[in-house]
Design a protein around this ligand. Structure first.
Ligand code: HEC
Ligand code: HEC
Length: 426
């Protein structure tokens, strides 16, 4: 759990954060024990090597930051470090001062995003990052070490130099990629990306063992409320969620990750608190997909962001590309505002004021956002309850006590909507 750090000076806060991150990283290797010196036997597979790299702070300039600093396994592979005023909406970099502008997404289930490109309809799909600017996990992994606001290394050669410092890496890289892998910095850097991606593609990151998965396998029952949420999320008549957060995977429901991997502008407001703190220019606008170099500024892509997976969503807040909403229920209510005529639905429950205007007013997916009736409270709660069942087993303890799945839920009838999941949304 993050230490409450408000009121502590910046230096002390930074020290505590780095120390906390560092000690967390140090412990596992200290306990690994019985290491075979420099044989690479510690990382017998590409996945294991990638896992080690993922946790290695030596890949950052000041040796304070690893991938896992911002993608902490114990917290759904997201960043839980708190910054004053903005919580963990965006990430603090290795330099201890740079704050990003986007929320760190989970790397779990990220492997299901296909390489970035266009589908047969000419729509952009797939890729990594909120704007898809890295096509694959292999491409993505090369980004953070060289990003000045993240791990801050000056170039590929200096990253490779850090890799060479570790004799275990020398041996493991040799085994995986051939003895001459370190002779060329480009090749070595790319090899590091491949190892990191192999870890991210491993089953350890996509466990499919949430209550929902257990329900699909007939091992567990959903409460009536969760079941109502599931039915709603499966339908295209009662909600529009399924249009974008597709319940079906490639092989049916069992590998569904709740995204069609496409890009939409759903009218998310700017996170003004973040912009105040991170030193953005007053006229800063996150154009999303239009900022992806492969899209070369196409105005029709302004404001569009990748539809995120909803797996582990209840434990990976705050929400949206900029972390502007804290509660899951707020996100669901945000969608209700588009269709509801009720004045109460035009209020953001987190601010008590009217929903802030979209950051990018063009290209809003109004057709999709208004294609289903407004949800009433009962249905909003049911969807939230269902979304909680998408929490992997190891993260279930993170659901707070009053949020525990299947506990204390009121009995709701689902008879009014009887849609078989397999036929829903067709
Ligand atoms: C300083 C914090 C930070 C560090 C360190 C960091 N990341 Fe990230 N990561 C982010 C943020 C923020 C984003 C979203 C950025 C964006 O969309 O522009 C992101 C996005 C990603 C994504 C895309 C996920 C998706 O669904 O689109 C992957 C994969 C990823 N990071 C893996 C890594 C790996 C591997 C490393 C180490 C080499 C790493 N990250 C280091 C903060 C960090
Ligand atoms: C038109 C496509 C579309 C529809 C319809 C849609 N979503 Fe989304 N959803 C998105 C996109 C795109 C984002 C990310 C937007 C951003 O960050 O700017 C998102 C974000 C979210 C998030 C936050 C994810 C995160 O990681 O921060 C949740 C939760 C969510 N949607 C749930 C729902 C639910 C529930 C419904 C139905 C009531 C729904 N969505 C309908 C496209 C859609």
């Amino acid at each position: 759990m993050p230490v409450p750090l408000s009121g502590v000076s910046d230096m002390v806060r930074y020290f505590l954060l780095t120390f906390a991150a560092f000690s967390m990283l140090l412990l596992p290797s200290a306990f690994r024990g019985g290491s075979v010196a420099h044989s690479g036997a510690n990382y017998p597979t590409l996945e294991k090597l990638g896992e080690e790299l993922f946790h290695d702070t030596n890949l950052s300039m000041n040796r304070t930051m690893a991938c896992s600093t911002c993608h902490t396994q114990a917290n759904g592979f997201t960043d839980i470090r708190e910054s004053e005023k903005i919580g963990h909406a965006v990430s603090l970099g290795d330099d201890g001062t740079s704050l990003g502008d986007r929320n760190a997404p989970t790397t779990a289930y990220a492997k299901f995003s296909p390489p970035f490109g266009k589908n047969e309809m000419g729509e952009y799909v797939g890729g990594q990052f909120w704007d898809g600017r890295a096509s694959t996990l292999e491409d993505q992994a090369g980004g953070p070490p060289l990003n000045p606001a993240e791990m801050g290394m000056s170039d590929k050669a200096s990253v490779v130099k850090r890799l060479k410092e570790n004799p275990d890496y020398a041996s493991a890289f040799g085994t995986q990629f051939g003895a001459d892998v370190f002779q060329n910095d480009e090749t070595a850097f790319a090899a590091m990306g491949k190892a990191l991606a192999a870890f991210e593609r491993s089953d350890a990151l996509s466990t499919f063992d949430s209550k929902y998965d257990r329900f699909l396998r007939g091992e567990e029952k959903l409460t009536d409320q969760e079941e109502l949420g599931r039915v709603l999320m499966s339908s295209s008549q009662f909600t529009n969620c399924n249009t974008c957060h597709t319940i079906q995977g490639t092989h049916g429901l069992s590998d569904g990750v709740f995204t069609n991997h496409k890009y939409f502008n759903i009218g998310v407001p700017a996170n003004r608190d973040v912009r105040t703190v991170n030193g953005s220019k007053p006229d800063a606008v996150d154009l999303g997909l239009a900022q992806n170099p492969a899209v070369s500024g196409d105005p029709a892509q302004r404001g569009k962001f990748k539809v995120p997976s909803l797996r582990n969503i209840a434990v990976t807040g705050p929400y949206m590309h900029n972390g502007v909403f804290k509660d899951l229920r707020t996100v669901v209510l945000f969608y209700v505002k588009y269709k509801s005529k009720k004045p109460s639905r035009q209020i953001n429950p987190e601010t008590g004021k009217a929903w802030d205007v979209p950051e990018v007013p063009e290209n809003i997916a109004m057709t999709e956002l208004t294609s289903a009736p407004a949800l009433d409270d009962k249905r909003v709660d049911a969807i939230v309850a269902f979304l909680k069942t998408l929490t992997d087993r190891r993260y279930e303890p993170l659901l707070s006590k009053d949020e525990n799945i299947g506990e204390g839920t009121e009995q709701l009838t689902v008879h009014s909507i009887s849609v078989a999941p397999e036929n829903a949304g067709k």
